[in-house]
Each structure stands twice: as structure tokens, then as C-alpha cells.
Design a protein around this ligand. Sequence first.
Ligand code: FES
Ligand SMILES: [Fe+2]
Length: 333
Amino acid sequence: MEKTLPKFPEKLFACWHPVGYTHEITADAPFGTFVLGEAIVLWRTSDGSVHAMRDLCIHRGTALSLGWVQDDCLVCPYHAWRYDKKGACVLIPQAPEAEIPGKAKTPVYHCQERFGLVWVALKDPEYALPEIPEYENGAWKLVKTGPFDWKSDSSRQVENFTDFGHFPWVHPGLLGDPERPEVPDCKVTLKDSVLHYSVVRPEATNSDDFPIFANEEVMKPERRSVYELHLPYTIVLRLGWGGAKGMVYFFTSQPISHNKCRGFCIIGRNYDLDEPDTILQNFEQVIFDQDKRIVESQRPEQVPFDFAEELHLKFDVVAMNYRRAMKKHNLDY
Ligand code: FES
Ligand SMILES: [Fe+2]
């Protein structure tokens, strides 16, 4: 018997969710995707602006994303009805002279571009996107990695990104050292819809394959990591090694459905500006693939927000606070 899936909470529809890197949504063809199980089509008008609407033609339910863009309209692939950027049908080629019924439209969604990503909110958004001054400052170079398509809920993908205890075991030699498995204490505070915490922890030395961290002169490298977890699925992580060199990781997960998500990870740094992007991209592909097989095995596919369901120890403080905060904001299910 098929198990019934939990219903997404209403509040999740009122959050900004990433739907693609800006370069994935071109002027040439519409781009179809899903957010919280809803089919969405993204497309651009000739001024370059991006639009999001329900990926469904009112005539016979065809996916508009299979169509094309013409004269700043999205054209359905089946009978070529045309929709403008407000979602209104403006041409029915089979009866061009007849009045277009008022029902001939498709819902449009909030849509914006920020941090090299396109974002969609299905209802009026309740939280603003994070501020990342480093990303607006020409001294930092940004590298887009992934995207990372996983068969899990976004909550599991985000929680994995916040979890320090697995570094020595899942990423030995790259992010952690099995000889130093202890997790440092950290204090988590919730301010509005953002969890704040930071840790100083030992990390693996740079490997020859991936010389990406700025810790080369230190014998026992220590990394300072300052986290902001913006509910529901976005993380801003600032890394430093005590000097002027820094990295800012921006991670966000697209909730496609209950057991499907897509992670986007943009990495900014103010050093090694000439290094080819592929070094970071290949490094993150290795890291995310190491995580993927673990997270895809987790059951249930969603983080269980009820504390009784899993076993939490003191070093799981971030996961516990994430669950508590998601509940408090009615984002749990
Ligand atoms: S199904 Fe879209 S025009 Fe007929
Ligand atoms: Fe990991």
C-alpha cells in the first residue's frame, strides 16, 4: 500500500525557494521545474527579466515549459495559445477574432534574481533573502557549484550541511580527521527566522588534489566557521583561518517534492582569484557525492520534526535547534 505523504505546511509556500542558476534560465526556451510538488515554468521576456508561472495550459493541461517564447509571450506547444507575463492568454490562433474567455490564464508567482540564482515564492513571501555584502563587493570571486540533485527532502539536505559530527567519517582527509572526531561545543541562537552559531574546529590539511583552503602555513589547522541558517533551507557560512583570507559559502536547497531536492552552492572567496573554477567545483562534487549516498538512505526522507523520533545528543545541538525553529515558524510537517 502506498504511504500517504505529509502535507506541506502553508507557510512553506510563502518562502522564497531557488529554482535554478540564472544561466540555466535562458531567453531561448522556457524552463520547467517543481517547487513543493507544483509544476512551475520559468522564462524570460526580451528585456531579460525572468517570469514564473504555473506550468499548465488551461486549455488541455499541457506543460507550457514544452512550448516556446515568441513576442514576449509563452506559447503552448499543443495548440499555440499565447500567454503574456501576467499569465493572461492573449491569443487563441484557432479563433483569433473571438473574445478570449476570462478564465484563459495561468497563475503567476513572485520571482526574482539574486546571488546568481532565480527564486520563486508561490505566495506573498514572508521572509527576505539574506544579505551577503561580500557578494556585492568586487574583491570576492564567486564560483557556482553543483547543482546537487538528491532523492531526499530539502530538510535532510540542509541538516546534512549543518552537521559537523560526520566530517571525519564521511569526508576523511577532505573536511575532517578520524583521529579528531570530537565536536566542539557551540551555542545556537534564533533571531527572527535565522539561526546563528559558530565553531572553531580542526580540519584536514589541504590535499594535493584540492588545494583550496587558506590554511597552508598552519601545522594543526583550525577553521572558524560562522553560520547563519535562514529558515527554511538556506545557509550562509563564513570561513576564516584567523587572517584576512575568507570564504563565504551560500547553500540553498530547492524543495522539489517530499523526496526530491536540488542543492545550489555558491562559494565566494577573496584569495586565489585566478584559480580555475573547476577546482572548487570538482571538490564540492566529491563532497556532495559522499553525503548524497548517506542522506538518500535516511528514513523518513524528511527530517522528523518531533524530537521523540530520533535520538539526539548534546553535540546535535544545531539539528535540535533547527527542528525547534522550523516548528516555531510553522514550517515543519
Ligand atoms: S493545450 Fe495549450 S493550447 Fe491547447
Ligand atoms: Fe558532508
